[in-house]
Design a protein around this ligand. Structure first.
Ligand code: NAP
Length: 287
């Protein structure tokens, strides 16, 4: 068997084309979705993520405002900036790029963002809404993963989903979203014993660990759908996922590549959430 590749890059492209049309329609009614991004410090990875998000906004017709501050900013100053953005009428989404310097509490920052502008979907109110199946801003990476699975009309209901990794931004919420879609969900993590027993029984295997070649063909059930969330740099400086692509491709029915898989979908769902926020604010589709 050779797996069919689910290209996040292609799916993201077509979704962004649709969004471009939507922002053009909104503009006719005087609405321009606006995203504010705060970047603290000079971390190269964060800088490149923020740049990619801004470029994607521009291409999609979303106003993006960037506030790049130095690490000398105090927690209080940063929280004040967020409070001002909470009040700004033209801003529908607020994103504070993580990680933050040690002297700033990520928890406080996330909880200061107005839940109605929390387009990253990290605020406990949005997490609670998601868990209880209410309308919410869904966290972008898990949301993108579900969209990728659905794009291939893969049946989720009643399927055994195994999620390897239980972080608050990927593992936990992606399992929850798939549970909402009526999957039976198992989580594996660093304390899981005999992990291969679980991964080999997965109809849909989601891997979000952050280690190159963590999952190989031998860990995968014949015909499983495999979603590789990992982003690692190998010794040659090349981007790789958590899944050994060559051996996984022989076992899986569907497989996502790295790069060009989950990554482009994450940014796309951020754009989606920002547009949705603008629409909700103007009661264009009820909250
Ligand atoms: P994280 O917070 O470091 O979480 C890693 C998870 O992997 C933890 O739950 C950890 O278990 C588990 N783990 C570590 N070693 C393990 C082992 N030996 N066996 C089983 N489980 C193990 O990472 P994250 O933020 O979720 O990100 C995971 C990967 O996805 C990273 O490579 C990251 O760069 C990538 N990522 C990609 C995107 C994208 O848009 N493409 C977005 C976000 C993240 P414990 O909880 O027990 O420690």
């Amino acid at each position: 068997m050779s797996a069919e590749i689910i290209s996040g890059k292609e799916l993201a492209k077509s979704k962004r084309e649709e969004m471009k049309k939507e922002t053009a329609r909104l503009k006719e009614s005087g609405i321009v979705p606006g995203l504010a991004v705060i970047l603290v410090g000079e971390d190269p990875a964060s800088q490149s993520y923020v740049k990619a998000k801004q470029k994607a906004c521009e291409e999609t017709g979303i106003l993006s405002e960037m506030d790049h501050v130095t690490t000398s900013i105090s927690e209080e100053e940063l929280l004040t900036k967020i409070e001002n953005l909470n009040k700004a009428d033209h801003i529908h989404g607020i994103l504070v790029q993580l990680p933050l310097p040690d002297h700033i509490s990520e928890k406080k920052v996330i909880e200061t963002i107005d839940p109605e502008k929390d387009v990253d979907g990290f605020h406990p109110i949005n997490i609670g809404r998601m868990m209880t199946g209410q309308q919410a801003f869904l966290p972008c990476t898990p949301f993108g993963i579900v969209e990728m699975i659905k794009s291939k009309n893969i049946d989720i209901q009643g399927k055994h989903v195994v999620v390897v990794g239980r972080s608050n931004i990927v593992g936990k919420p992606v399992g929850q979203l798939l549970l909402n879609e009526h999957a039976t969900v198992t989580y594996c993590h660093s304390r899981t014993k005999n992990m291969q027993e679980y991964t080999r029984s997965a109809d849909i295997l989601i891997v979000a660990v952050g280690r190159e070649h963590f999952i190989a063909g031998d860990d995968i059930k014949e015909g499983a759908v495999v979603i590789d969330v990992g982003v690692n740099r190998n010794k040659e400086g090349k981007l790789t996922g958590d899944v050994d692509f060559a051996s996984a491709e022989q076992k899986a029915s569907y497989l996502t590549p790295v790069p060009g898989g989950v990554g482009p979908m994450t940014i796309t769902m951020l754009l989606h959430n920002t547009i949705l926020s603008a629409k909700w604010k103007h009661n264009l589709n009820g909250f």
